[in-house]
Ligand binder design. Structure first.
Ligand SMILES: N[C@@H](CCSC[C@H]1O[C@@H](n2cnc3c(=O)[nH]cnc32)[C@H](O)[C@@H]1O)C(=O)O
Ligand SMILES: [Zn+2]
Length: 435
């Protein structure tokens, strides 16, 4: 057994308390062995956590990692015109190598800011998986299906590809990669495709992940045509089935009404709250406190870097807390401890990934946050600091599956300079092809 010891830090425990302890990790199983004072120094490899907080690695439960290539390419527009006029034309030009380069850039940024696991909906999934394998991160990935504007044959091909990659790559990268069937949304994928392919996802034993209730524009046609709320329609086509072993989960849920919140709680449907993307595209604000109160599993996501515009989950935590209060006119809503839980354990639960808790037997997915900056002084309450004062730049070390991905702010698994250079070059080339 080779061990990793994270020494001399304070540790954020699953109940939200903080205690002085070392964390000892079995690097072969990737699990935490123990959390006790003074147990780390004799480990094979050590990480210094003095003046730092060891927290569960953050989980970005909804993103499109390769969209880093379109960061800052089209801003200040609502979702529908942003997608149709700018994003989709550029994405039509993407090559597998572009997607690999953009995904690596996204992972570099995520590792730098303490994220250890993510959910990725995109295309060229084999290349995405190869990049994840290299980075050492954990992810649930899928091929996003869009059928609007396609003939029947092309629509079926797209959906069949999503099922095929979900089957092929589940368990890849030593089990760090899991998969899902990922229809883009209830309005960009036809009813026929849902009815035919959701059962196939069930046969493969993979969950379904999609965008739901993101904008009013997406809700209205469903309510008008079907006289059902979107979550109800989703259930009608087979999603959020409590009898399924897999947890289906939706991104956004902005316009979910109280009946939909009830339903999601009842059936255990997960929600990924993406506050920055929802503010930037003026989509609205999800009823997050109501979801938490009802017992809906909630995680946090950045969405793609083109609608955020970064992948730093510390920013998401602050946004979630701030807008959660503003939207409900209640300063006690979406409180810091709940936000930290959403960004860690909540995201892991929603995405069905290990991690999110620092305790013996849990996956050793960890972020070590330096506390020595003036903006984190004095340390009255470290959970408060994580949400309201810290940023991803405060992260010193990142560990996933027991392996050190970043030591002293240097990413070990990806060559930062080469990744940034390749992504810039490909991004400029991509947009010039699209124009
Ligand atoms: N196979 C599909 C690709 C779908 S991938 C997932 C898609 O979600 C898009 N996307 C990114 N952010 C958002 C959002 O906030 N809402 C809805 N879609 C988004 C993204 O641009 C990408 O096209 C095709 O042939 O077009
Ligand atoms: Zn999205």
């Amino acid at each position: 057994m080779t061990t990793l010891g994270i020494t001399d830090g304070q540790v954020l425990r699953p109940d939200g308390t903080v205690e002085r302890a070392d964390v000892l990790v079995d690097q072969e199983t990737g699990e935490i062995l123990d959390v006790e004072p003074d147990i780390g120094t004799s480990a094979d490899e050590t990480l210094d956590a003095s003046d730092s907080l060891v927290m569960p690695g953050l989980v970005n439960a909804h993103t499109h990692a390769a969209m880093t290539l379109l960061r800052g390419y089209a801003d200040d527009k609502p979702l529908e015109s942003w997608l149709r006029e700018d994003v989709w034309p550029a994405e039509a030009e993407l090559t597998p190598d572009d997607v690999a380069a953009g995904t690596k850039l996204g992972m570099l940024e995520m590792i730098r800011s303490g994220t250890t696991g993510f959910v990725d909906m995109y295309f060229e999934v084999p290349d995405v998986v190869a990049a994840i394998d290299e980075s050492g991160m954990r992810a649930r990935v899928g091929h996003g299906v869009v059928t609007v504007g396609k003939d029947d044959e092309a629509a079926h091909e797209d959906a069949a590809e999503s099922i095929a990659v979900a089957r092929e790559f589940d368990g890849a990268a030593d089990g760090r990669v899991r998969t899902a069937f990922m229809p883009h949304s209830l309005t960009t994928v036809s009813e026929a495709v849902f009815r035919e392919y959701v059962p196939r996802a069930r046969e493969e034993g993979v969950p379904v992940h999609l965008h739901v209730n993101e904008t009013r524009h997406e809700v209205d046609p469903i309510v008008e045509e079907r006289e059902m709320r979107p979550v109800e329609y989703a259930r009608d086509v087979g999603l959020f089935d409590p009898a399924s072993d897999e947890r289906d989960f939706l991104a956004h849920g902005v316009h979910s009404d109280s009946s939909e919140v009830e339903t999601l709680a009842e059936v255990g449907g997960g929600v990924v709250h993406c506050p920055a993307s929802n503010m930037k595209l003026a989509s609205g604000m999800a009823p997050v406190q109501a979801m938490l109160d009802a017992g809906v599993p909630v995680g946090l996501g950045t969405d793609g870097a083109a609608s955020n515009n970064d992948l730093d989950l510390f920013g998401e935590m602050r946004d979630a807390a701030m807008v959660g209060k503003l939207a409900t006119d209640d300063a006690s809503a979406v409180a810091a401890p709940d936000v930290v839980r959403m960004a860690t354990e909540g995201g892991a639960t929603v995405a069905g990934l290990p991690g999110g808790r620092i305790e013996p037997g849990a996956a050793a997915d960890l972020a070590v946050v330096g506390l020595d900056g003036p903006h984190l002084t004095p340390a009255h309450d470290l959970v408060s600091h994580l949400v309201y004062a810290a940023s991803g730049r405060d992260v010193r070390h990142t560990v996933c599956d027991g392996q050190v991905l970043m030591r002293d702010r240097e990413v070990l698994t990806l060559d930062a300079e080469a990744v940034q250079e390749a992504a810039s070059e490909r991004a400029f080339d991509l947009v010039s092809r699209a124009e």
